[in-house]
Design a protein around this ligand. Structure first.
Ligand SMILES: [Zn+2]
Ligand SMILES: [Zn+2]
Ligand SMILES: [Zn+2]
Length: 272
């Protein structure tokens, strides 16, 4: 008899697990003696930014950070059905090699989804991964898929790409059901705002209080929350300028600072 593959409906439950809530250098930052980097509060320990979508039996990873190995061990991730890429900055891609154990366990290629620009950067940064020549060493085995503006399916889940401004560049967030994850950005164009209505959960970049050329601040993200009115908002990509306990106490009731290992239950049905 063939092994039984758990179906979406029978496995039930859906959540977003925060694998990392920190900015590109992580918190604490190497060598920094500031009070957040020296904080003993576990909420102030932030790995590089990533979330795992647990949708029924499906596991969809957003970005492969330089901390992926530790994040996967800490969260006891046992399988990966797809990887979505927001953009190709180092803090979002450099752990790609750690997809290999999932290849070993699952014995098949892992589908990855990226914009054409992001895929080009991945192919350059990880030339050995995309090299078709035979090799004696193992390397990640991937099936690349390129998305543009249209919704696409990843591991049977409908994903809507959300174009957002990240400094001079355009990167992507993702909507799935009534949840959306928007990391690195400092602007949301009109047509993307239209894709972000009626949300239960919205993740937003909120680097710090002081303005930044490529990232949203706490105040800017609070304005985005006012505009889009999600039921719940979570700020991520947080720098060492923000002490969790101090800021969390001042945020509106439905807005929270994300933190590593936070798991948020969401509404999701396999049809979505
Ligand atoms: Zn980043
Ligand atoms: Zn610091
Ligand atoms: Zn970035």
């Amino acid at each position: 008899m063939a092994a039984k593959v758990p179906g979406l409906s029978e496995s039930g439950g859906a959540s977003i697990l925060v694998l990392g809530s920190g900015t590109s250098v992580g918190v604490p930052m190497i060598g920094c003696a500031c009070k957040v980097c020296q904080s003993s509060d576990p909420h102030d320990k932030r790995l590089r930014p990533s979330v795992l979508l647990k949708l029924g039996a499906k596991r969809i990873l957003i970005d492969t950070t330089p901390d992926l190995r530790y994040q996967a061990l800490r969260a006891a991730i046992e399988r990966l059905d797809a990887v979505l890429y927001t953009h190709a900055h180092a803090d979002h891609i450099l752990g790609l090699d750690d997809v290999r154990p999932f290849n070993f366990m699952q014995r098949h290629d892992i589908p990855i989804f990226a914009s054409a620009e992001t895929l080009r950067s991945l192919e350059t940064t990880f030339a050995y991964v995309f090299d078709k020549a035979p090799t004696e060493s193992s390397r990640p085995r991937l099936t690349p898929h390129v998305f543009d503006t249209d919704p696409f399916e990843a591991a049977g889940v409908r994903i809507t790409p959300i174009r957002i401004a990240h400094g001079k560049g355009t990167v992507h967030g993702f909507r799935f059901g009534d949840c959306a994850y928007l990391t690195d950005h400092n602007g949301i164009p009109e047509e993307s705002l239209e894709r972000l209505t009626g949300l239960d959960v919205l993740f937003l970049d909120a680097l710090r209080h002081n303005p930044h050329p490529t990232h949203s601040t706490v105040e800017e993200s609070l304005r985005t929350v006012e505009l889009l009115k999600p039921k719940r908002a979570y700020f991520t990509h947080i720098s060492h300028d923000l002490m969790h306990a101090t800021l969390e106490a001042r945020l509106p009731e439905n807005v929270h600072l994300a933190y590593d290992e936070l798991e948020i239950e969401i509404n999701w049905s396999p049809a979505e």
